[in-house]
Write a protein that binds this ligand. Sequence first.
Ligand code: SF4
Ligand code: SF4
Length: 381
Amino acid sequence: MIQTAYARSSDYGKDLRPALEKVFAPQLAANGDLHGKSILLKPNLLSYKGGKDVISVHPAFLLETAKMFLDHGAKKVTVMENPAVQSAPAILRAMGILEELEKMGVSCANFADYQPVPPPEGSRFRSLELAAEYRRFDAVADLAKAKTHAMMTLTLCVKNLFGLVSGKSRLGWHLAAGQDFERFADLLLDIYQTVKPQFNFLDAVTGMEGNGPGSGTPVELGFVAGSSDALALDAAVAPRLGVPDLLTVRRGKMRGLLQDFQETGEVPELHAITLPDPPGIISSWGLPLPPGMRQAMKQLLLSRPVLDPEKCISCGLCARMCPPQSLKLHEKYPVFDLSNCIRCYCCQEHCPKGAITPVQPWTMKAAGKMDAILHRIFRKK
Ligand code: SF4
Ligand code: SF4
């Protein structure tokens, strides 16, 4: 049976490496000897603003994981990611670990070679284009950060794999799946099924709550988790952060992808973190609504992006990241065309100042109770 292992680490100091070793051991047992193997580390690197920034995995978490693979015999370790704005090496340099990684013989680069991949058995999407680099390694290690996410509620190990999609395609996928969160969850699961990282680590020493994944606040969680299966790790951890019904996990169960797992080690107590406003309720009903009605209801029942002009520095990044171009700068500040907005929250995710927040319309608040009733009646088995 798959294990999701936990270990306590109150900070990123001396307790971190022993904690990582504890959650590594069952993964080694599942995957076999590392000697002579090449390993691709795929960390969550969104950006890095220094200090107590929790947008990306902590520098020590990444550094110690790379060392650990080398110490256990890996022949080659490489860090690759495709951040939206900066390059992966630039973020690692800002973190102060690029030189040390290179001294250890760990190379660092952006994903660059995007190719169509054959759809996995039972996949929902028939054409996927992913960074082909992952196929050139003996194993992939997914290094995720425990963070809130406006669209998917939490970003853990499965969501972290979206980084293997090219920046250009990411906008397209958001455009295609923007309002249908189940569709987006299915896309993430297709990527998970395709890549199937053999090693998965979650940095939940200090996580992010509130306006994640780019502008939330640090929350001390004090643990790391690891599993040989990304979905099993997410299924174990999400309820411990107060999310018992994470959409990717629910869809994974419905598609028969979630295998039996057991939680081992220093299993953390429930720590319900502050979540962003729920993005919407339509997609979770599982109702076969006619497209026109679905569209109209979505406008009433989805959180909309709202600007705090006090925080905005007029950098224009939100407008550049908006897949359907529903956001334009007018007299220095972003103005939303909500009729065309697909509620993908890319603007919120990438705003460097946390100036955009998803806010529920009154209709959604009023419908909250009704949603619970409809869920009970209509939820798919
Ligand atoms: S990304 Fe943020 S700071 Fe920059 S223009 Fe948009 S709202 Fe303002
Ligand atoms: S305005 Fe924001 S939430 Fe709306 S489509 Fe553009 S990026 Fe997505």
